[in-house]
Ligand binder design. Structure first.
Ligand code: FE2
Length: 378
């Protein structure tokens, strides 16, 4: 972590949750072409148009398209000129996540609580108004160029945020694919940076480290990584943090860091209530997934015991299964959704399990390595 991430350290450990979060409000991506990105996410992932901001609405330097599916809101923002922070972000990182926005009851308190604990301010509490009411935004920096915005929208009835107008296109309709909400969002950080960022989430945001994986858990023959899962008090917001580990060849996290030009969001996990239906739909719309060898399914029943789903459709789609003490989960990972091998998505259905699919790490990372190999980056 850069030394600026924690400007000062507070020795005080609050007993109550000083940063109550109501969940993920939205995820904003800085992209090279927001109009086309929004179309891709509508067409391929089943998002519905929600709101637009750009020159027509008085915003001169960017265009932003907000899309929604159930409790998921994504925003795609592109710069209109070749210079400025958005253009620099896109040039450096390619398309990627800029903002992980978190819903709060009090954005002013969220900013004060985090910045007094050493969080570096990105946006002081800012009141935005339009005819639909008021939103208060504030924000702090996290790893890389990524930021957390705190969104207080109790007094707002508009489609998204002040500055945006409702957006729809009656001539292009797509059905949703059953994606519900952000289950977790994973950050890749540099060598020896996992623990400093764990400390950041503990000290600045009051999160707890609920799970840890070392390189023995997550290593294949060639590459390795380490991971710690950070969760807020009520468990609505979970941020696993990965760092590369030494292996015979290049870690997948290292490949990400090379191509993203630094730390950033590796994947966003999207929850569904019916993963077979969702993945069948996504695949028919052209979303590409990582696949595991058929042998994975031969040992599956033995490894995870009885599950409600029949194995055949899971095998056909490449859906992975893992069990913990509380239940099981089904998951699958897309290939990167841009040409750089950076951001991808996970589709996850939880059936009691609160873990992250440790039993699948080996099969999954071998699948990732096969792709890395094809790119010549292993
Ligand atoms: Fe994940």
């Amino acid at each position: 972590m850069s030394s600026t991430a924690i400007a000062s350290k507070s020795p005080v450990r609050a007993t109550e949750d000083f940063l109550p979060l109501e969940g993920t409000d939205y995820v904003e991506f800085y992209v090279g072409n927001a109009k086309q990105a929004a179309h891709f996410y509508r067409n391929a992932f089943g998002f519905q148009p929600l709101a637009y901001a750009g020159p027509e609405t008085g915003v001169k330097d960017r265009s932003s398209y907000a899309v929604r599916q159930n409790k998921l809101t994504f925003v795609f923002t592109t710069p209109l000129r070749g210079s400025g922070p958005i253009a620099e972000h896109v040039a450096k990182h390619g398309d990627g996540v800029k903002v992980l926005a978190l819903r709060v009851k009090d954005a002013t308190s969220a900013w004060k609580e985090t910045t007094t604990r050493g969080g570096r301010s990105y946006m002081e509490p800012t009141h935005l108004h339009d005819a639909h009411g008021e939103v208060v935004l504030s924000g702090i920096h996290t790893y890389g160029d990524t930021v957390h915005l705190f969104v207080e929208r109790t007094n707002y009835q508009g489609p998204f945020l002040p500055g945006y107008v409702a957006w729809n296109n009656p001539y292009f309709q797509t059905k949703d694919t059953g994606l519900q909400y952000v289950d977790h969002c994973v950050g890749n950080v540099g060598w020896n940076q996992m623990n400093p960022w764990v400390k950041f989430y503990e000290e600045v945001m009051g999160f707890r480290n609920i799970l840890s994986f070392d390189d023995d858990d997550i290593s294949t023959e060639y590459s390795a990584l380490m991971s710690k899962v950070m969760s807020n008090g009520n468990g609505y917001v979970k941020f696993p943090i990965n760092e590369p580990a030494e292996g015979k060849k290049k870690s997948q996290v290292e490949e990400y860091l090379d191509f993203y030009n630094g730390e950033g969001v590796q994947h966003v996990a999207l929850a569904t209530k019916d993963i077979v239906a969702t993945v069948t739909d996504l695949r028919s719309r052209g979303v590409e997934f990582l696949t595991v060898p058929p042998s994975y399914y031969e040992e599956l029943s033995e490894r995870v015991g009885a599950i409600d789903e029949s194995i055949e459709p899971l095998k056909e789609l490449g859906i992975l299964v893992d069990r913990d003490e509380e239940g099981y989960l089904l998951q699958i990972f897309t290939k990167p959704v841009e040409d750089r091998p950076t951001l991808f998505f996970e589709i996850i259905q939880r059936k009691g399990a609160k873990s992250f699919g440790k039993g699948n790490f080996k099969a999954l990372f071998e699948a990732i390595e096969r792709e890395q190999e094809l790119r010549g980056n292993l």
